[in-house]
Design a protein around this ligand. Structure first.
Ligand code: HSE
Length: 448
């Protein structure tokens, strides 16, 4: 298609809601790349206002202060495209609904809002016949929403495994490479600005769970909300767990997992398991090499096979890159006609309960070192239908005083795939065995 002369279309009015780290970069790039963007869209993109809470607060010099306004509701009424980088549920939801009601296309980076109440926005956009784009809501700069929503629309996605939270990946990577404790690594992440003063949303897995819900909805054409995601953060991961992971050829990662299970429901229909938890990932898996605060999403699709998307999951300019890509898509539709994809929920798959998750486990135990103990433990697993893949009996564990505990053996048991419910019952039974002193840890193994 020949390029549309920029002059032939009036400028498109862009309103920006929020001027934090990401908003500042969106405003800077809209100005700095104005000519390129105009050529790509076929019309100039004119930033008509930036809504902020306090228009008198200090700002980056890249911000044209004359654009600042505290009246976001009025701003969205006079825009063709509204970009929301405020975050949180309100007032973001109200402002986006107003923007859609006023006929604007919307671009949002708001994972929490989409995971909690995305369908309200999708429906409003559909009813109004406007675009809603949200590439920046999952894994920052990494193109993953568009690939799953559009590029893989002709395939069947079976599984999505993602490292979608940079803060926790940084913390776990520091623990792996330096041996430091979780508390030390979180403190370091805070000092470097990777973790917030209150790191709850990251370390407890809420941020990753919101992204998992969005990815699962897109991958499986089924509504998945934050409440559907089984969530476990990284706070219980110890330096010892990380060291053991290395000894057994794994690294510990916080994974967002969404997978299709054929015939998993009571009625024999397919279901979807969506969860976030720390997991042992074999060092040979591509996700094991995602270091520092980087993100990656590994997708398994029936025809495409395995795909991996890698890059920066946070930060001003990287996230602004994803936002601007969406702005260009929405703007092109304004100039050339057409519309982006709508919500796709036709599959309506059941969301499986956490107890139905199927995975492999690594269980570490301290037991009395005498004949027959291993047999007793193996029998307890067998009684619950959990099959053992491998057992290691590494050296004698260290006693708390730094010496060697006499008569105590460490067992590291890796199971074959088992349902979470069977594993929970098994661990309880094993912990109750007379020669078992402690169940030191139970970690899931993914990506094998
Ligand atoms: N706090 C997130 C992270 C970035 O650490 O990856 C925004 O979702």
């Amino acid at each position: 298609m020949p390029a549309v002369p920029v002059e032939s279309h009036p400028p498109l009015r862009v309103a920006l809601l929020g001027c934090g780290v990401v908003g500042t970069q969106v405003a800077r790039l809209l100005a700095q790349q104005a000519d390129d963007l105009a050529s790509r869209v076929g019309a100039r993109l004119e930033l008509v206002g930036i809504a902020v809470r306090d228009a008198s607060a200090p700002r980056d010099p890249a911000i044209d202060r004359s654009l600042l306004t505290e009246d976001a509701a009025a701003l969205v009424e006079r825009a063709d495209i509204v970009v929301e980088v405020v975050g949180g549920i309100e007032p973001a939801r109200d402002l986006l609904l107003r923007a859609i009601g006023a006929g604007a296309a919307v671009v949002t980076a708001n994972k929490a809002l989409l995971a909690e109440d995305g369908p309200t926005l999708y429906k409003a956009a559909d009813d109004a016949g406007v675009d809603i784009y949200f590439e920046a809501a999952v894994a920052g700069a990494i193109p993953i929403v568009r690939p799953v929503r559009e590029s893989l629309a002709g395939d069947h996605v079976r599984r999505v495994l993602g490292i979608v939270n940079g803060t926790t990946n940084y913390v776990l990577d520091q623990m792996t490479t330096t041996g430091m404790s979780l508390e030390e690594a979180v403190k370091e992440a805070q000092d470097l600005g990777y973790a917030e003063a209150d790191p709850t949303a990251d370390v407890e897995g809420y941020d990753a769970a919101a992204k998992a819900a969005i990815l699962a909805s897109l991958a499986f054409h089924t509504r998945v909300s934050l409440d559907d995601v089984a969530r476990e953060g990284i706070m219980s991961v110890t330096a010892d767990d990380v060291a053991w992971a290395a000894q057994t050829g794994h690294v510990i990662k916080l994974l967002a997992i969404a997978e299709l299970r054929d015939g998993a429901t009571a009625a024999g229909a397919a279901g979807v398991s969506v969860r976030v938890h720390p997991a042992l990932v074999p060092t040979s898996h591509p996700l094991a090499n995602v270091r520092g605060s980087f993100n990656a999403v590994f997708v398994e699709a029936e025809s495409a096979g395995e795909l991996m998307f890698y890059g920066r999951g946070a930060g001003g300019a990287p996230t602004a890159s994803a936002v601007l890509g969406d702005v260009v898509s929405a703007a092109r539709h304004r100039v050339l006609g057409g519309k982006g994809p709508q919500e796709s929920t036709y599959a309506e798959l059941a969301i499986l309960p956490p107890s139905a998750a199927l995975t492999r486990y690594q269980v570490r135990l301290e037991v009395d070192d005498r004949p027959g103990v291993l047999a007793q433990v193996a029998q307890a697993l067998a009684a619950h239908g959990v099959s053992i893949e491998a057992v290691r009996q590494p050296g004698t564990p260290e006693a708390p005083d730094g010496g060697q505990a006499a008569g105590v053996a460490q067992l590291v048991i890796t199971t074959h795939t088992a349902p979470e419910s069977a594993l929970a019952a098994t661990v309880e039974a094993v912990a109750g065995l007379e020669p078992v002193r402690t169940v030191t840890s139970v970690l899931r193994v993914e990506g094998a």
